[in-house]
Design a protein around this ligand. Sequence first.
Ligand code: SF4
Ligand code: SF4
Length: 264
Amino acid sequence: MSAFLRFEPMIESKEFPEGMHPLGSEEFTFKCHPGVSCFTVCCKNVELDLYPYDIIRLKKRLAIDSETFMRAHTELKKGANPYFPTVILKLVSAGQVRQCPFLTEQGCTVYEDRPTACRTYPLERAVDRNVERGLPKEFYFLTNHDYCKGHFEAQQNSVKQWIRSQHLEQYNQMNDRWAEVDTLFSSNPWKGEGSGGPTQQLAFMVCYDIDRFKEFTKVQRLLDHYRLNREQKKRIAGDDTKLLKFGFEWLKDILGGRSELIKK
Ligand code: SF4
Ligand code: SF4
């Protein structure tokens, strides 16, 4: 379950990392279930990136607010984007190992809301987000870790079946929106403030602290600055996912990106 998404633009198949070939319509054998000898191995000593939509799902699952979730369960690291931190899951100690805080002997306790990386595995998703080439194009690769015995199970899967069975559609949709914003962040749009400055902190709040952003939206009457009808405003104010989508568009607007929002 240590799969990851890649958001780098990859234009031609010859640019895929060496040894990695996109799956296309090819099938792959894989099944993960409590009977495999490696059950839960992949939830230990893992480095797991968390995306903004992952946070919304997990904090709702745990019935805590986003700030509490971020403090309790995440860490920041320097990732691929030099101008914005990467958020990773904070592991907990269990004997000799460090493991996911949501893991028990019975398995994953947040299964229906598990993060993108866990549900995408054993696939990895890459998105060609080169805007000049039109709509983003997605590619899937098969990972194969020695410890993972799921590959020896007989179940045949196509990529399409995998996406459907793991309920990845909503995650992919939200992660593609996040990828656009992350691309904008990688252009260092912080207006000379540098990393950690007020604008970047604001952006971090939008992406990773949705409950605080909800409050901010209310206090600043942010929705009133854009052409949104009463129904749209109500939907955004009452739904974290819609608020996150609005937040992404708002960030694009204030940071000089191409936003769907229209100012009044
Ligand atoms: S969220 Fe669930 S599936 Fe993912 S690492 Fe944690 S226990 Fe494993
Ligand atoms: S089969 Fe693979 S994904 Fe499933 S528990 Fe084992 S290591 Fe994890």
